[in-house]
Design a binder for this molecule. Structure first.
Ligand code: G3P
Ligand code: CA
Length: 337
């Protein structure tokens, strides 16, 4: 039994290597979740520029669409948490993102909330940073030295019919995806040949993306609710039909004061090594989110994860030996924040 257990762990640990190589996805992939979002306001220029400057493999973003059809990077359905919407549009703060034009969104301050909430990390230059369009994020990724790829989530996609087509058209027009090659012929970095990865919690959105751009790796995100509703095997099969990977939710025990050891079997199953091993045997990469503590990085890596979404790429780069030290001061100076 012990040997079987050890075998499972070893297989889980190694099974993703060949998959990642075939797909041109760096392993372990360091995915800056909403940018370097522990150190700067999520999904804004400083968060993405800092992550790019650090040398991450991918910038992660949540794609939504404005009332006038502009694709933007915003996580929440509405703007209350990450902007001063209540001040600027006092009667509309409950409205979802799609009720605003891009021009209206440009009048919002998407940085000051961070300074109020995280005073130890506040910077005067975050005040008045703006919501970004997809094109702005592309520009950030194209600039700088490291040129990371993009890991794009179609967020709440059923609210945005046609967003998949629009996304593929923009990426194609900018040369980010080419009609046939799965991997980029001119890699953005030495590590990443798959320049774009799509991700979604919504199978229908991934199915559309697969139809429009089958050459782009796609990852089905799963959460606790989906696990309870559909079960692991059904999700694995769905992920296999739709793409090349599965985005499991991570441990985050440190962020969950209510956690108890009794919850472990049900709540955090998808990064255990036997699940990772099953995903690998099914031909799927495993990218858990959002892994922010060193010990969590160690654990999911030990269990075979092929990379991590992290709000703390500055820790992940050190943890994976991709940097000897991270000196933030010159980075902030170079990016002008
Ligand atoms: O995209 C991976 C992870 O970000 C999914 O959760 O809610 O942070 O978008 P969320
Ligand atoms: Ca996301």
């Amino acid at each position: 039994m012990l040997f079987l257990g050890i075998g499972v762990v070893i297989y889980g640990r190694s099974g993703g290597k060949k998959l990642a190589e075939r797909l041109g996805v760096p392993r372990p992939a360091i995915i800056a979740h909403r940018g370097a979002s522990y150190l700067a306001p999520e999904e804004t220029a400083p968060a993405y520029m800092l992550a790019s400057e650090m040398g991450v493999d991918y910038l992660e973003l949540d794609l939504q669409r404005t009332k006038d059809g502009v694709l933007i990077a915003v996580h929440d359905d509405d703007l209350r948490r990450t902007t001063n919407i209540a001040e600027v549009f006092p009667n509309r703060e409950m409205d979802t993102v799609d009720k605003f034009t891009f021009g209206e969104l440009q009048s919002l301050d998407a940085g000051s909330w961070f300074n109020i909430r995280f005073q130890d990390r506040a910077r005067a230059s975050f005040k008045n940073v703006r919501i970004l369009r997809l094109e702005d994020v592309l520009e950030i990724a194209e600039g700088g030295f490291h040129k990371p790829g993009l890991y794009i989530e179609t967020k709440s996609a059923r609210r945005f019919p046609g967003i998949e087509k629009q996304l593929v058209e923009i990426l194609t027009a900018r040369g980010w995806i080419t009609p046939h090659a799965r991997v980029s012929e001119s890699p953005p970095t030495e590590r990443a040949r798959a320049r774009v990865i799509f991700q979604s919690f919504e199978p229908n959105s991934l199915a559309l993306l697969k139809e429009l751009a089958p050459q782009v790796p796609a990852v089905l995100l799963i959460d606790e609710t989906m696990m309870k509703k559909d079960g692991w095997y059904a999700l694995l099969t769905r992920a296999e039909q739709l793409g090349v990977g599965i985005g499991t939710w991570g441990y985050q025990w440190s962020q969950d004061p209510g956690w108890s050891i009794k919850d472990a079997p049900n709540r955090y199953v998808t990064t255990w090594p036997w699940y990772t091993g099953q995903a690998h045997r099914t031909g799927l990469l495993v990218h858990p989110w959002a892994i922010d503590e060193r010990w969590e990085m160690w654990m999911v890596s030990f269990f075979g994860a092929d990379g991590i979404f992290t709000n703390r790429p500055e820790l992940a780069l050190l943890f994976y030996g991709r940097a000897d030290h991270i000196d933030l001061k010159p980075m902030w100076e170079r990016i002008g924040y």
